[in-house]
Design a protein around this ligand. Sequence first.
Ligand code: MG
Length: 378
Amino acid sequence: MVGVIIPAAGSSRRMGQNKLLLSFGGKTVIERSVAPFLDMEDVGEILIVVSQGETVIPSLFCHPKVRVLAQGGETRQETVYHGLLALSKECDTVLIHDGARPFVDTKEIDAVICATKAFGAAVLGVKARDTVKTLEEDWIRKTLDRNEIFLAQTPQGFDRKLLEEAFAGTKGETFTDEAGMVEGFGKKVKAVFGKNSNFKLTTPEDLTLAKGMIKEPVMRVGHGYDVHRLTEGRKLILGGVEIPFSLGLLGHSDADVLTHAVMDAVLGALALGDIGVFFPDTDEKYRGAHSLALLRETVALMEQKGYELGNLDVTVAAQAPKLRPYIETMRENLARAFSVSFDRISVKATTEEGLGVSGESKGIAATAVCLLFAKPSQ
Ligand code: MG
């Protein structure tokens, strides 16, 4: 079984903040660095080693393969060592991957696993594209043969026993990567050729480059539709506004059909199902619930996923009563629930000319379309 150690306890001095928690395209750097390993059959365990007291990173992961260990060391070497000690005994092959290397793909990981199994130690990297020179103060000392230069990336893979022996055999020495340590221990490491796109986020400039590489949509569109039956003895609530009328809408909650369509649009944009999944009408907790409060929960979920509302357009179909006097208050209520300005929310009312469910005053229907944007990196 392959075990993966992700050292994620670095201080990110060059970025000025914890770069692993920078988010772009709706996902943090650390989530992206871990993601390709999750679905790989050979990988049985992923151990993310964070600093003591780190709470945000653990909250991002809920996957049977992932464990978070709050035992980061002073150096990367020490952090990886703590990870190695904590890794399940069944892991006979160990991969180490930087928490700030978000663009590795499964093909590259597979190639490292294969080479590790065949040769005991392997490192992913690329040949130098530029000519490499060594410096002496500000003067070039020597030009190296570019064909002999290999720029090491991660993952780096090792037979577990070999890695344990290398840690024991090189105690007291400092290495910038595990391959270097295994070389220092006198073992050969196989080079696996990868891609330049698998770079490590180190400077703010790298982040700009990373944002340009995101393939996930930065915008998502959603559509919601709902109908509730009109009946006597119930309140009529639309967009959180109680409207005086002889009939009201029937439902488990306050039956605010307009707000339900909005929630479905947001959940639809995120491909998370519908409100029945999150607020089932079989749950007593939601009996008589204020739909605006449920909308606020939906908005919180959207924000957790890294999105914010671009704009929202709602149409309500009702033969009666006249809704125009209440529209502005509905917009205000929705704008407040999304914490956006009023001009991003549109609510329109129509009749269906006496036809169908709404036209015959049997019920009220609502449709909603929303556009969500991935939040810019924080
Ligand atoms: Mg409904």
